[in-house]
Design a binder for this molecule. Structure first.
Ligand code: PMT
Length: 343
C-alpha cells in the first residue's frame, strides 16, 4: 500500500472507531510516567502483550480472539526491568503480568503456596527461596516506580493506546523502545457495521447495523441458519509506528506463524517492508523453545533452548535472548548502551 493510502486508512480508522473510554486516564498515567523517567535519563520500553479481541456486537456477547497467554510479554518485561528500563506494560486484561505470572494462571491455587503457622498465614517452606527472589525484584521495581501497567481488550482499544503512548515516547528518540509481543488482529468489525445487540440464531430477529451506516450489511449476521462473518482489514499500524509516531525509536516486532516453511521469509518480508530494527519470529508450537532473530545487521539467527532444559521449571527462552541480541552490536542502537537491551 502506498504511504498516502496507509495514512488515509489510519485516519479513517481513528475517525470511524471512537476512542475507548479509559484512553484519557491511560494517557494521563503514561504522560506522567514517561516524563518522569525521561527526566531521570532512563530508557523506556513499551511492551505489548496478550491477544486483542474483535467484538461482533456493540453490547458484546461474542467476539473473535487472538491467541496469546501473555507469557512472552510478561517474562520479557521482567528482563527489561532487570536491565534498568522503565516499562510501560500494555497488556490484554487478565493475561499474565510480570512477577505475579509466577503464581497465577497455573493449575495451582496461590493458596497452595501458603500455610498456617501459629494462627498466621506464612509462605510454605518449599517456596520461600523462590518467592523471596521474585518479591525482592518486585519490591525494587515498585520502590523505583518503574512499571506502569495499562490494559486493553479489543483491537480498537489496543490501537488507540499504542498510538497515544508512542506519541508520548517520541521525544525520547533512541532511548525509547517498542517491543510488540501482543498478538494483534488483522481483521475486525468496523463500528459502523456492528450490530448493537446479541446476534440472533435465526434471521427473523436479525437487526441492521447502527443507524446512518452505508449500504453494507452488518459484518456479522445470520443468513438462514448460518452465521456470516465478513471482516475488514485492520491497517498495519506497525508502518505508522515506524514512519510517523516514533520514527527515532528502537522497534522490535514479532512474527507468529504455524507453518515452519514460511516463518523466516515472512519475518524478512516484514523487516524489509516496515524498515524497523528487529523481527523475532516464532512458531506457535515451539515458541517456548526456539525463536529466530531477523535483522539487517545479522540476517537470520536462531536461539534454541537445549532439549534437556525444556522443563516446566525453565525460566523461559527470554532468559537466553540477551546474549544473542544483534542490535547491541550497533553503537547507535539502544542509545549506545553497550549492553543487551532485548532481554
Ligand atoms: O503470549 P504467548 O502465549 O507467550 O505467545 C507469544 C506470541 C506467540 C503471541 C508472541 O511471541 C508473538 O509472536 N506475537 C506477535 C503475534 C502477531 O501479531 O503476529 P503477526 O504475524 O500477526 O503480526 C506481526 C506484527 O505486525 C506484530 O508485531 C503486530 O504488532 C503487527 N501488526 C499486526 C496486525 C496489525 N493490524 N497491525 C500490526 O502492526
Amino acid at each position: 500500500m502506498a504511504d498516502h493510502t496507509m495514512q488515509q486508512a489510519e485516519s479513517h480508522y481513528f475517525i470511524s472507531n471512537p476512542p475507548p473510554k479509559d484512553l484519557k486516564a491511560n494517557t494521563t498515567l503514561a504522560r506522567e510516567f514517561i516524563g518522569r523517567h525521561a527526566d531521570e535519563g532512563r530508557r523506556v520500553v513499551l511492551v505489548t502483550s496478550g491477544g486483542t479481541t474483535v467484538p461482533l456486537e456493540t453490547q458484546t456477547v461474542r467476539y473473535i480472539d487472538n491467541f496469546s497467554a501473555g507469557t512472552r510479554g510478561a517474562t520479557s518485561a521482567e528482563y527489561f526491568l532487570q536491565q534498568g528500563y522503565a516499562v510501560v506494560f500494555l497488556h490484554r486484561q487478565f493475561s499474565l503480568l510480570p512477577f505475579s505470572r509466577h503464581y497465577s494462571h497455573n493449575t495451582r491455587s496461590f493458596l497452595d503456596y501458603m500455610k498456617e503457622e501459629d494462627g498466621r498465614v506464612v509462605v510454605d517452606e518449599q517456596h520461600q527461596e523462590e518467592m523471596l527472589r521474585v518479591l525482592r525484584q518486585y519490591a525494587e521495581v515498585k520502590r523505583e516506580n518503574r512499571l506502569l501497567i495499562l490494559s486493553f481488550v479489543t483491537i480498537t482499544e489496543y490501537v488507540w493506546d499504542l498510538r497515544e503512548v508512542a506519541q508520548l515516547m517520541r521525544p525520547l528518540g533512541a532511548r525509547a523502545m517498542f517491543y510488540l509481543a501482543a498478538a494483534v488482529s488483522d481483521f475486525f468489525v468496523p463500528q459502523d457495521r456492528m450490530v448493537e445487540h446479541k446476534i440472533q440464531s435465526t434471521e427473523e430477529f436479525s437487526q441492521s447495523a447502527v443507524a446512518g451506516a452505508g449500504t453494507k450489511p452488518p459484518a456479522a449476521r445470520t443468513e438462514g441458519r448460518s452465521l456470516i462473518i465478513d471482516l475488514e482489514p485492520v491497517p498495519k499500524f506497525l508502518k505508522q509506528l515506524v514512519d510517523g509516531w516514533a520514527p527515532e525509536s528502537i522497534i522490535v516486532s514479532f512474527k507468529l506463524e504455524t507453518d515452519p516453511s514460511i516463518l523466516v521469509k515472512k519475518a524478512q518480508y516484514s523487516l524489509n517492508k516496515y524498515a524497523h530494527h528487529l523481527v523475532i519470529g516464532n512458531l506457535l508450537a515451539t515458541r517456548k523453545w526456539e525463536v529466530v532473530f531477523v535483522s539487517e545487521l545479522e540476517g537470520e539467527k536462531w536461539i534454541r533452548v537445549p532439549s534437556n532444559r525444556r522443563t516446566k521449571s525453565f525460566s523461559g527462552i527470554e532468559s537466553l535472548v540477551g546474549a544473542a541480541d544483534p542490535l547491541t552490536k550497533d553503537e547507535t542502537s539502544f542509545a549506545g548502551s553497550g549492553r543487551s537491551a532485548v532481554p
